[in-house]
Design a protein around this ligand. Structure first.
Ligand code: GDP
Length: 334
């Protein structure tokens, strides 16, 4: 007998013989091969706002495989006429400034206003680590559960120029899919801000108070690009310091040359974590958009950005066609 416990001399517990274990793989499941979509399938799905197809199209945009790039370029071209109808907002700040916490609450704010939001990121450091942190869904807990929010981490391969181009192309796809608010997040420590600045309408710098030298850690050039500075963590013991920092930033800004839009960058304080004065941040952004709509700067900047990206694309094509010419490749080898 297999189980001595089942002998009649014992009372009480009996052991059942059990079932032999099933094979772990399901023989009835068809090989999960996804149908190859054509460029037109992608475009149709995107225009319908199909999130899964949008996600797959973005993956194509990010792919370095030549065949993927070909479809991606066709999809982008076909989506272009449906893009542009959005507010693109760049958000930067040093690590720890509270970008993800803030984007979570800013995002819910714009969703409550009835918009659809895409959160993208440019993080060239992900080249090195092969894992991008910015724009990661796990960092934006509340937002990532919202149906009308599309969150995508930074493309990870390639140069800053390449990463930036992919993000820009992703903006086109998202807009065509009906996302009328776009956030582009970046770490405010280096080069990528210039790239983000060249693709957004409003550039928000998230700053902290109480770190001693208030301008520390953030490059002056980044401050010059900002259309608004939001001082985060204005809560608890930090309120006084945050207000003081705001005054210092306002002062510092008066020393900068006027912005091309003639808009005077504003400084506000808020708390992302405790959701205090988040409205103040958005009132500032709304004021900016009202202002640039009135002056025509909105259109002008979009046109300038389009020209900038056209030149960038030409440069890139020239460079890659030069290096890929067999003669050149051979000579370089020599
Ligand atoms: P990121 O690196 O810029 O994305 O910053 P995080 O959003 O991850 O925030 C960094 C830390 O600051 C986290 O521990 C947050 O909980 C905290 N934090 C973010 N916003 C606030 C705020 O408004 N007030 C306070 N007291 N802490 C905050």
């Amino acid at each position: 007998m297999e189980h001595p416990e089942n002998d009649t001399q014992y009372k009480g517990l009996q052991v059942n013989s059990g079932v032999s274990s099933q094979p772990v793989t399901n023989p009835y499941r068809r090989a999960a091969k996804r149908r190859q979509l054509t460029a037109n399938d992608y475009v149709e799905g995107i225009l319908k706002g199909d999130v899964s197809i949008l996600g797959r199209a973005v993956t194509l945009v990010e792919s370095t495989v030549e065949a993927h790039q070909q479809i991606a370029q066709e999809v982008i071209e076909k989506c272009l006429p449906y893009s542009g109808n959005s507010r693109r907002i760049g958000i930067t700040g040093v690590p720890g400034a509270g970008k993800s916490t803030s984007i979570d609450v800013f995002g819910l704010h714009v969703l409550r206003e009835g918009h659809k939001l895409a959160v993208l990121a440019i993080d060239p450091s992900s080249e090195r680590t092969h894992g991008s942190i910015l724009g990661d869904k796990t960092r934006m807990e509340k937002l990532s559960q919202q149906r009308d929010a599309f969150i995508r981490p930074s493309p990870s391969a390639g140069s800053l120029g390449g990463v930036a181009r992919k993000t820009r192309e992703t903006i086109v796809l998202c807009e065509a899919a009906g996302y009328d608010r776009i956030f582009v997040e970046t770490v405010g420590v280096g080069q990528s801000e210039t790239a983000v600045h060249s693709m957004v309408d409003f550039f928000l710098l998230i700053q902290l108070a109480g770190t001693g030298d208030e301008l520390q850690g953030i490059k002056r050039g980044i401050m010059e690009m900002a259309d608004g500075i939001a001082i985060n963590k204005c809560d608890g013991d930090n309120v006084e310091r945050a207000k003081l920092a705001a005054a210092q930033f306002r002062n510092a800004l008066t020393l900068f040359p006027p912005t091309p839009s003639k808009w005077r960058p504003e400084v506000v304080t808020y708390s992302g974590y405790f959701e205090l004065d988040v409205d103040k941040v958005w009132d500032m952004i709304d004021r900016y958009f009202a202002y640039v709509d009135k002056t025509g700067y909105f259109e002008r900047k979009r046109n300038e950005q389009a020209r900038y990206w056209m030149m960038e694309t030409i440069d890139e094509l020239l460079r890659s066609s030069f290096y890929n010419t067999p003669v050149v490749a051979a000579l370089l080898e020599q």
